[in-house]
Design a protein around this ligand. Structure first.
Ligand SMILES: [Zn+2]
Length: 317
């Protein structure tokens, strides 16, 4: 049976797991990235973690069939990481070559949002033969996204994948870190929800949320559930824009399932029911509804699981 290691490279920690052919996690652990050490040191850390995982699973190193690394930032030709804002010194880093040299095993490099989508598809919310077309939206600091078509990750003509967080929903809207304005992640990410509540508190709106410093996405959702009018309005705006975005995604991709992950998805039905309400209002009803909107099941583990799954898909027999 094949064995694949998946590594999820984050700015603070590297999460990793060793999975078998069937997608069962045999070993998992996480270590600090130590990103201050620069790209070479971080690649050493990735290699160290991979070898620890094989030890944990008492698997001989040369029986590891492939290693997948999910990395932030855009990828260029030859598995070069063009830039990664949360990793100091990462500009045009040859991650694929660096990891192959260190590990002496076959390596697959994948965008981290794509890896998470593939993880949810392989063993999470979309697991099972029946789902072959799925979209993941990760609602965190920004919005990450990945698209699975016919059981395969859609990576686009230029490996830019699906930058679903930068779908423009308000052409005259809020400035986005990407340089554009009005991107969905400025309205419906966990950070956007917290920031909008803070802005409205700062503008003097009445609310049960009194301390601006303590306003988190979770606090806004809790206040909304408790009947706070300002919090409810922030939550409803975010869910409305997200529901509209889902309709647009369905128009383009015709998926069977849209999955919500990331911190904001922990709001559960408070999120899902509102997104569904907008979706139902704006979608066509000429045929019976065939798209399931649902919550992620793997959350923080989706990245390493998907990276292992991508290694299996790209490198496996
Ligand atoms: Zn943007």
């Amino acid at each position: 049976m094949g064995h694949y290691i998946g590594l999820d490279l984050g700015g603070t920690n590297i999460k990793g797991g060793l999975l078998d052919e069937a997608g069962t996690t045999v070993a998992q652990r996480s270590i600090p990235t130590e990103s201050h050490g620069g790209p070479g040191h971080v690649m050493d850390r990735l290699n160290t973690l991979a070898r620890q995982l094989a030890d944990d699973a008492t698997l001989e190193w040369d029986r590891v069939d492939g290693i997948g690394v999910g990395t932030p930032g855009p990828l260029g030709d030859g598995d070069v990481v063009l830039s990664a804002p949360n990793l100091p010194g990462w500009k045009n880093v040859p991650l694929g070559a660096g990891m192959t040299e260190r590990t002496k095993r076959p390596v697959a490099i994948v965008n981290d949002a794509d890896a998470a989508a593939f993880g949810e598809f392989w063993t999470g919310a979309g697991a099972g033969e029946s789902i072959q077309h799925m979209i993941l939206l990760t609602l965190g600091t920004g919005i990450g996204g990945g698209v699975i078509i016919n059981g395969k990750l859609f990576s686009g003509a230029h490996r830019a994948g699906a930058e679903l967080g930068h779908v423009i929903v308000e052409p005259q809207g809020r400035p986005c870190g990407c340089g554009q304005v009005g991107c969905i992640e400025r309205y419906a990410s966990a950070s956007a929800v917290a920031n909008e509540a803070k802005r409205r508190l700062g503008a003097g709106e009445a609310s049960s949320l009194t301390s601006i410093d303590e306003v988190s996405c979770r606090a806004v959702f809790e206040a909304a559930e408790a009947g706070d009018a300002m919090a409810l309005s922030v939550v409803e705006e975010a869910c409305d824009k997200l529901g509209t975005t889902c309709v647009n995604l369905v128009r383009i991709f015709d998926p069977q399932m849209i999955v919500f992950g990331g911190g904001m998805a922990h709001a559960g039905d408070a999120l899902l029911s509102r997104v569904r309400a907008t979706f139902d209002r704006r979608t066509w009803h000429v045929r019976e509804e065939r798209v399931t909107l649902t919550l992620a099941t793997l959350f923080n583990d989706a990245g390493f699981i998907g990276a292992a799954g991508m290694a299996r898909a790209e490198l496996g027999a």
